[in-house]
Design a protein around this ligand. Structure first.
Ligand code: HDE
Length: 712
């Protein structure tokens, strides 16, 4: 270290303890931006109390309004300017606050303070999103989900902006606008909203073989998650972790949901898009309000620098994943989301994630997609949030102090004291000063990776294989998952008007992934069956990766799962009580649903207030349905089309259904047969255990082929 630097370190030491204190205190400072108007007078924006908020100022009771009405004009002006541009992608989203805590000191890998101190709870704000649709689009469309986390660390904000799939559509940032233009609604009629089932998308991806792997993921069940709680998250790119000695490891970031990984079935996803377009954001909100936080574990796949070239693919290629069978995921910490935002616009809409938000101990790689993102996120906030001071908006402010010579522009909030807004300076004592690199608390220093080479526009040959990992993914699916993929390609390509695009996708993309998949889709979309692959797909060392199948990612419990309990007059109280006691014990949730929202009386004479009507909360909003017994109740169900549809639909969607006592007679009427999830029993109490065990299995996959004849 130069002697000049040494001097600065000791000067800074004093400020360091003042500045980088306990983050809770800093959060309190941020909280002063939260406003609670309870008990407060209504004023204009400048503090003048308003006497009449009902009538504008006019010349006489029936006369014209006066330009003088500054209160009216201020109110209308503010209203007229309420909207800001929505995000160009990921416009539809919902978010929550929480914290991250590392399980053990990871100093051997990184000097990032929030990853080395297990006693520290780092505040986070996480925003989940869909990619294609606008702000008002439905939650359950077939799409990738964004999973963006802002860690407010004591060393600055770190943003991990990931997705619920581990790979991406393109390898180079220069293709991103093309890809997004292709997937967005078509330019002439702005159709379809929130869907990739249209010509421009399939035109682009069928001409872009590097998209094959990611498109396969989006045609899989991963693209229709039940909710945010059951989604995996992935940082996608390879990053670097750098420790205090300056030693680096490559790393892939993973979020593993404690609740396991779950998806909707397609029919359910489509119905929910109409019946409750807010399904995902509502569940996130309700779960947190009900004291049932969402939890993930942070996983790291750590790869020593010397192993960079040991794989069948290039670590810098974002269309590839690192199979967990080759590099296991080390679980290192926990993310808990337990607080809803107070204001959607101020927090969820104004949060500005930036790839550029990085802290000492974490570094980038040369992934050409990542490199482009480093520019794009900061750039987009300038337009969206109206200038370069978006970092001062409360949700974006770091919890540690920030001082520099950036000045002025729109919406500046900091009132900078002093005369010198440049560095070096002597007028203000030279402050604020650089912090040299140090094992702890030092300034950010980029990892000194050696680079050299000609200035060229060229994709590395190691980025050239686009199909072997898509094949790996397909081969790792269960039969049910494979069938869903065939159905998804068939549905989407079936909506493509131009036959030559359908054909190109089947012949030049799918046939290179799996010939059988290609043939089945060909038959469903009316194009000739392909006879073989069009390229030589390299053989890779791994044939299957069980970690990729959701069927292997169930948690084995029913915590936070949601059960509909149908009720009506004469419903057997004991059957309700037996189940609800067990659901409470196992941490699952339930709702009582009656023919209408009016209270009903059970056979025990107890008044039951339903949470909603069966029409108001359809079966698609639940994981399972419980129908208690009771003679008059069961009789009434037989004549209630809404209730019968409720059960048929739950059956079609492969859910666990428990029919107690007299309600078991409904089976005959519905012409359904019992199976491992459709259970009947004399007394509800005997059914409870097998019913909850069936919920834990998520769906009755064996039932799927039998449900084809049931109308959707
Ligand atoms: Fe994004 N992306 N992206 N993206 N992205 C945006 O930033 C972009 C990519 C992701 O909840 C935008 O603030 C480029 C990969 C999420 O606010 C924009 C490229 C991954 C979110 C942008 C990519 C993502 C965004 C739009 C290719 C997964 C929502 C608004 C080089 C690892 C964040 C905004 C939130 C948002 C650009 C590719 C995830 C335009 C240029 C790969 C989760 O800046």
């Amino acid at each position: 270290m130069k002697s000049k630097d040494k001097g600065r370190t000791s000067e800074l030491a004093g400020t360091d303890t003042v500045d980088r204190g306990n983050s809770n205190k800093k959060i309190e400072q941020l909280e002063r931006f939260r406003e609670d108007a309870t008990g407060q007078a209504l004023t204009n924006d400048h503090g003048t109390r308003i006497a009449d908020n009902q009538n504008s100022l006019r010349a006489g009771e029936r006369g014209p309004s006066l330009l003088e009405d500054v209160f009216l004009r201020e109110k209308l002006t503010h209203f007229d300017h309420e909207r800001i541009p929505e995000r160009v992608v990921h416009a539809r989203g919902a978010a929550a606050h929480g914290y991250f805590q590392v399980y053990e000191d990871l100093s051997e890998l990184t000097k990032a303070d929030f990853l080395t101190d297990p006693s520290k709870k780092t505040p986070v704000f996480v925003r989940f999103s869909t990619v294609q649709g606008p702000r008002g689009s439905a939650d359950t469309v077939r799409d990738v989900r964004g999973f963006a986390t802002k860690f407010y660390t004591d060393e600055g904000n770190f943003d991990l902006i990931g997705n619920n799939m581990p790979v991406f559509f393109i390898q180079d940032a220069i293709k991103f606008p093309d890809f997004v233009h292709a997937v967005k609604p078509e330019p002439h009629n702005e159709i379809p909203t929130g869907a990739s089932a249209h010509d421009t998308f399939w035109d682009f991806v069928s001409l872009t073989p590097e998209s094959a792997h990611m498109v396969l993921w989006t045609m899989s069940d991963r693209a229709i998650p039940v909710g945010f709680r059951g989604m995996q998250g992935f940082g996608v790119h390879t990053y670097r972790l750098v420790n205090a000695e300056g030693r680096a490891h490559f790393v892939k970031f993973h979020w593993r949901p404690v609740a396991g990984v779950f998806s909707l079935v397609w029919d359910e996803a489509q119905k929910l898009a109409g019946k409750d377009p807010d399904f995902h954001r509502r569940t996130l909100w309700d779960d947190i309000e009900n004291g049932d936080p969402l939890e993930w574990e942070l996983g790291l796949q750590v790869i020593p620098e010397e192993d960079e070239h040991k794989f069948d693919f290039d670590l810098l290629d974002a269309t590839k994943l690192v199979p967990e069978e080759q590099v296991p995921v080390r679980v290192v910490g926990k993310l808990v989301l337990d607080r809803n935002p107070d204001n959607f616009f101020a927090e969820t809409e104004q949060v500005a994630f930036q790839m550029a938000n990085i802290v000492p101990g974490i570094d980038f790689t040369n992934d050409p997609l990542l490199q482009g993102r480093l520019f794009s996120y900061t750039d987009t906030q300038l337009l969206r949030l109206g200038g370069p001071n978006f970092n001062e908006i409360p949700i974006n402010r770091p919890v540690c102090p920030f001082h520099n010579n950036n000045r002025d522009s729109f919406h500046r909030q900091t009132i900078n004291k002093g005369r010198a807004s440049y560095e070096p300076n002597s007028i203000d004592g030279g402050w604020p000063k650089e912090t040299p690199e140090a094992p702890k608390g030092g300034g950010y220093v980029s990892y000194p990776e050696e680079v050299s080479g000609p200035k060229i526009r060229k994709r590395a040959e190691s980025f050239g294989d686009h199909f072997s990992q898509a094949r790996l993914f397909f081969n790792s699916m269960s039969d049910a998952e494979k069938a869903h993929i065939v159905a998804a390609y068939s549905f989407e390509l079936g909506k493509v008007e131009r036959l030559y695009i359908r054909e190109r996708q089947v012949h030049e993309i799918l046939a290179n992934i799996d010939l059988d998949l290609a043939k089945q889709v060909a038959a469903n979309v009316g194009v000739d069956a392909p006879s073989g692959p069009t390229v030589q797909v390299p053989e890779i060392s791994l044939k299957e990766s069980p970690a990729l199948s959701q069927m292997n990612l169930l948690p084995g419990n029913i915590k936070s799962r949601k059960v509909a309990i149908l009720i009506g007059d004469g419903v057997k109280q004991a059957d309700i009580d037996a189940l609800t006691a067990e659901l409470d014990k196992q941490g699952a949730q339930f709702k009582l649903l009656a023919p209408s929202a009016a209270p009903v009386k059970s056979d025990a004479g107890k008044q039951l207030v339903p949470n909603d009507s069966m029409q108001g909360l359809p079966s698609v909003a639940f994981d399972a349905v419980w129908v208690p017994g009771g003679t008059s109740f069961a009789k009434a169900l037989e004549g209630d089309g809404v209730a019968l549809h409720y059960l048929l639909e739950a059956y079609k969607h492969l859910k666990a259904i428990g029919l107690c006592g007299e309600s078991a007679d409904l089976l005959k009427l519905l012409r359904l047969r019992e199976d491992e999830g459709l259970l009947t029993g004399k007394a509800g109490s005997g059914l409870v255990q097998p019913f909850t065990a069936a919920i834990a299995k998520h769906r009755v996959w064996a039932r799927e082929p039998l449900t084809k004849a049931i109308p959707a």
